[in-house]
Write a protein of this length. Sequence first.
Lengths: 228, 228
Amino acid sequence: MAHTYEYPRPALTVDCVVFGFDGEGLQVLLIRRGVEPFLGTWALPGGFVHMEEDLEDAARRELREETSLSDVFLEQLRTFGTPGRDPRGRVVSVAFYALVRPEQHPAKGDTDASEAAWFSATALPPLAFDHREILEAALDRLRGKIRYQPVGFELLPKRFTLSQFQALYEAILGRPLDKRNFRKKLLAFDFLIPLDEFSEGSHRPARLHRFDRRKYDALVRKGFHFEI
Amino acid sequence: MAHTYEYPRPALTVDCVVFGFDGEGLQVLLIRRGVEPFLGTWALPGGFVHMEEDLEDAARRELREETSLSDVFLEQLRTFGTPGRDPRGRVVSVAFYALVRPEQHPAKGDTDASEAAWFSATALPPLAFDHREILEAALDRLRGKIRYQPVGFELLPKRFTLSQFQALYEAILGRPLDKRNFRKKLLAFDFLIPLDEFSEGSHRPARLHRFDRRKYDALVRKGFHFEI
DNA sequence: GCAAAAGTGTTGCTCCTACACCCATGG
DNA sequence: CCATGGGTGTAGGAGCAACACTTTTGC
């Protein structure tokens, strides 16, 4: 009823933790703030939610505006609303995390006005607001999720080598994995399609594979439980 | 900057999916709405977030006010903000789920004014707003979580029998489990303490156990990974 | 003494882990 | 021909699933 609308309302924002993988380690895309507060400090891309705009749409819009990213894997993380997390007053932020493939990575100068850059997830600069806490929560989620859901593919090129895949898992889980066992297990799942294409490089070419989402979805419907 | 505050703001609420277990099946605590919209319809307990109030605090306050529950396991689920989910206008709701032990269940008449009641998770009445969707999301989360985190204990009495524990898992996972294998696995984890107390009833008494959180936390720190 | 739930071991099999060498290519 | 990463099989052990009967109690 009308009076419910007389409550003072917090401001509502979205923030995105954007993960990438460069073949070596996990990376995070940050933007340098162009306004106060925290002018000049690195921060997660994000901004205010419009009225009449779905939360996920707001996150995608901010990603597009601030980092020129679109069509990425995006999932809600959780909402951060501790009073005092924003010096301007009560601001509640719905956090998302995104996974982007190397071929989607924005080129330098791709982002307008504000500066955007990739940082290693293990060597982060100081961040604005409580963005460090949000980022750590996203890292925890990713580390948990990657073990029992095949989200790793969202961080690799559409066509990838098994070694790339293994390097990704080693980077995220933070420990070395046995090459033979890893490949055996992965191929046994039977949702990777070996292609007749090979990587290029100065050494022996590696066979490329792609993820067969259709087959994976079918397996899941049959009660299959992915786990690495 | 001042102008950031001139954005129109959605109203912000919290809603709680409260799970219980009666020894037979999973249950959900609902309240009957006493105001429009959806007057008289069953709904999740919840309400508006106060300025200067943390989100989790708001959820606990609403639980206390509407269901007299306190000191329960409570965790954020996710935030629902699709425009149109509330006929009164833009309302964004941060959803939580709670797990309560039988001895915490509110007695009839314990809740003031509004009516509260437990429903079987498999026989729910029509719900207000998008609360059905929130509830399904909470069920999914619980089913996933219970497999790799020992949250089941939060739904059982402090002291419980292994059969109760098995019945809980069977109810949530929706399939029968082998008694001997279940007990063997559970006891091998070594974080259940067998007590010298026994259940009462008209048949052979069962030994009571309790969960040793201290031991469990220590195992987790050593890299232990719970999974049933 | 009977109905009802508690409690208990073994076996076969599957899946996991550990482990080392040859292959293909570019330079 | 050398440096670099790609690719492959096996054996031992751990853990999982399948399975049935005896015990204790209240009535």
